[in-house]
Design a protein around this ligand. Structure first.
Ligand SMILES: Cc1ncc(COP(=O)(O)O)c(C=O)c1O
Length: 339
């Protein structure tokens, strides 16, 4: 007799029966403005299939995916290497998320990821870009013992409350106050940075080397000079590479386009899992992690229930095994992109 596997839930059948209700269900139970907006701009499509950088609708029309899931599909959709890694994880029935052991995959992914930023030593794995930023903000405050974070006008670092406090656009912040008492400077404004640092309460500057909003590149020399100023005042440089990391700009990280820049904390997410599994990572220097996790009773002082889960870790390892863009060993000659 043919074994069709366990019974009880049939995804294909569910989608066949109710997939057509997608816009109606969204309008009724989720953010009702999304279907409204999509209808208004004529994007209320029904995509049936996706592969690489393409979607197809029910009529077989082909759409080029220029949004890439807000940048999570760095390898294109359904990359075979990542897909196989995830099938392998499910088939392996691993003892994942026991929380009272040390699984191999997080260590292996950390080891691999850290090869792209040799000046950094440790990784915290979370589940999203905003969580990677929240981690960096907390670690910077704890490690320096200072409360205030500087950020840039037009910045985007995620939409949870800590990350929102360093968001440079009022349209995202309005109505959610009070936020953390952080302070904006213009990207590239070293005088403003100097002025704020003199107050003596700054834990760090969080910066996207290229801002997603407006696609503003940091001016040549800014990151290096900012790093020097920050370190002089015992504050940290935090590079948010959630959008720009994983080879998106040609080098593995966008900060690497500028010689001598070595951020104290680096935030990664999005393309790290090839778009399949939520993931976030905060990379940092040894002394920062050692301060945060300073004793055994602080072992869980910063943690996440789903952080380091096997699917996300395997997807990350699979992604990093593909392509090798931005490999530090084969780095192209130093160059700067123009804004
Ligand atoms: C630079 C940057 N940081 C953080 C985030 C937040 O990432 P997530 O949406 O995974 O929370 C984003 C999202 O677009 C981003 O572009």
């Amino acid at each position: 007799m043919k074994d069709d596997g366990p019974k009880g839930f049939d995804l294909a059948q569910l989608l066949a029966e109710r997939g057509a209700e997608r816009y109606e269900l969204h309008t009724k139970h989720l953010n009702h403005q999304l279907p409204r907006m999509l209808r208004t701009i004529g994007f209320d499509k029904v995509y049936e299939r996706a592969e690489g950088a393409h979607f197809w609708d029910a009529e077989g029309n082909d759409y080029l995916d220029m949004l890439a899931g807000f940048g999570v599909m760095g390898l294109g959709r359904h990359h075979p290497v990542v897909r196989k890694a995830l099938h392998d994880v499910l088939d392996a029935s691993l003892a994942d998320l026991t929380r009272f052991d040390c699984q191999p995959l997080p260590g292996l992914l950390a080891e691999k990821l850290l090869t792209h930023s040799p000046h950094l030593d440790r990784v915290f794995f979370g589940n999203s870009g905003t969580e990677a930023v929240e981690t960096a903000l907390k670690f910077a405050r704890y490690a320096t013992g200072k409360p205030r974070i500087l950020y840039c006008t037009h910045a985007f670092h995620g939409l949870t409350t800590g990350s929102l406090s360093v968001n440079g656009e009022d349209c995202f912040r309005d109505g959610f106050a009070p936020l953390l008492p952080d302070t904006a400077i213009d990207l590239g404004d070293l005088d403003a940075l100097r002025r704020e640092l003199k107050r003596g309460d700054v834990a760090g500057l969080v910066v996207e080397p290229i801002q997603g909003k407006g696609v503003h590149a940091s001016p040549p020399g800014f990151l290096r000079a900012a790093q020097e100023l920050l370190h002089k005042h015992k504050a940290l440089l935090i590079a948010d590479e959630v959008q720009t990391g994983l080879g998106r700009t040609g080098d593995f990280y966008a900060y690497q386009h500028e010689e001598g820049v070595e951020p104290d904390l680096v935030c990664v997410a999005k393309a790290l899992s090839g778009g399949y599994v939520p993931v976030g990572a905060t990379l940092g220097k040894d002394w920062i992690f050692k301060r945060v996790y300073s004793s055994m009773d602080r072992v869980l002082v910063h943690s996440a229930s789903f952080g380091s889960n096997a699917q996300a870790m395997a997807a990350g390892l699979a992604v990093l095994s593909v392509g090798g863009r931005g490999d530090r060993g084969q780095r192209p000659p130093h160059r700067r992109f123009s804004a």
